[in-house]
Design a protein around this ligand. Structure first.
Ligand code: NAD
Ligand code: MLT
Length: 309
């Protein structure tokens, strides 16, 4: 069978696929280029760059499985896949530790202005008092979305002596209590209480634009916001305005409404820390994602049961 690997995949994953099937690695395809070749393939593997929408499913008459080497499935139209009888699977555990660790790295960077101080010093500026920061200890962390990554972040921040509050209507209060997290009834309550707010929601019609200008105004002027989930959940322009106008004190952002990008209203603001979607960019996470989806694709192409997304 023929497999198209349309986004960069760890070597271990490509090797596991190639043991049983013909694999073409073709990354950076435009939608037209993808539509032109997709009919030849039985399986497609993507990360977050390639979008598999209804047009792609319609053009792919041999397609049996689409695998997402990572967590978020917002770049795959799962409903269209189901309509065409195509299995859609992902690797939901593969990169959660890496994403949580990246969130904590950004949290500390934000609290202590590490990227700004580094940039100044290597440009010859010893700005010791300018980049004074704030402790995490005794501060309140607000978690929006207490799922896999939100939980790992909460556990790590507990060790810093932070108070933990969260909004996630799908989590049982006793589970939150076991984690030492106080569940609140609304997003607004979290925004009003927290010194740091961290977003770990999926991108869905309900969450797109959830943190807009009005919501940002609910936060304390000393508060800082992190988004390592998905671009678009936080309105980028509204966030940039809030940072510039002192509505909130700082933000760290790993994900953008449109990716890849080298332009954002956040770039160039001294109280914004940004990274180019690095949450899952570790050797460990990529190996796990690659080998996990390779196993699933091999199972699907053998006509066997695949744990679906
Ligand atoms: P998850 O499904 O385990 O957790 C998401 C949580 O959000 C769930 O507990 C769910 O109940 C809750 N939720 C869903 N809709 C909600 C709503 N409208 N209001 C409040 N809560 C809601 O997902 P996860 O693995 O923790 O991933 C979280 C996010 O991180 C996803 O968007 C994923 O795509 C993203 N992610 C980013 C990176 C990165 O590289 N930056 C890496 C991995 C995952
Ligand atoms: C994910 O959803 O898994 C992350 O955003 C990381 C990735 O796209 O590889």
């Amino acid at each position: 069978m023929r497999i198209l690997v349309a986004d960069p995949l760890a070597e271990a994953g490509v090797a596991a696929l190639a043991e049983q099937h013909d694999v073409d690695v073709k990354t950076g395809l435009s939608k037209d280029e993808l539509l032109e070749i997709v009919d030849a393939y039985d399986a497609i593997v993507v990360r977050s760059q390639t979008t598999i929408d209804a047009d792609v499913f319609a053009a792919a008459s041999s397609l049996k499985v689409v695998a997402r080497a990572g967590v978020g499935l917002d770049n795959v139209d799962v409903e269209a896949g189901t309509k065409h009888g195509v299995i859609v699977c992902n690797a939901p555990q593969s990169n959660i530790v890496s994403a949580a660790e990246h969130t904590v790295a950004l949290l500390l960077s934000l609290a202590r202005n590490i990227p700004q101080a580094h940039a100044a010093l290597v440009q010859g500026k010893w700005e010791r008092s300018k980049w004074s920061g704030t402790e995490l200890h005794d501060k309140t962390l607000g978690v929006l979305g207490l799922g896999r990554i939100g939980t790992l972040v909460a556990q790590r921040c507990h060790a810093f002596g932070m108070r933990l509050v969260a909004y996630d209507p799908f989590v049982a209060p006793d589970r939150a209590a076991r984690l030492g997290v106080e569940l609140l009834d609304t997003v607004d309550e979290v925004l009003e209480r927290a010194d740091f707010v961290t977003v770990h929601l999926p991108k869905t019609p309900e969450t797109v634009g959830l943190l807009d200008a009005d919501r940002l105004r609910r936060m304390k002027p000393t508060a800082r916001l992190l988004n390592v989930a998905r671009g678009g959940i936080v309105d980028e322009q509204a966030l940039a305005d809030a940072l510039r106008d002192g509505v909130i004190a700082g933000a760290a952002v790993d994900v953008f409404a449109s990716e890849p990008t080298t332009e954002s209203p956040l770039f160039g603001l001294s109280n914004a820390v940004v990274t180019p979607h690095l949450g899952a960019s570790t050797e460990e996470a990529q190996d796990k994602a690659g080998t996990q989806v390779a196993d699933y694709v091999n199972l699907a192409l053998a006509g066997e049961f695949v744990p679906s997304a």
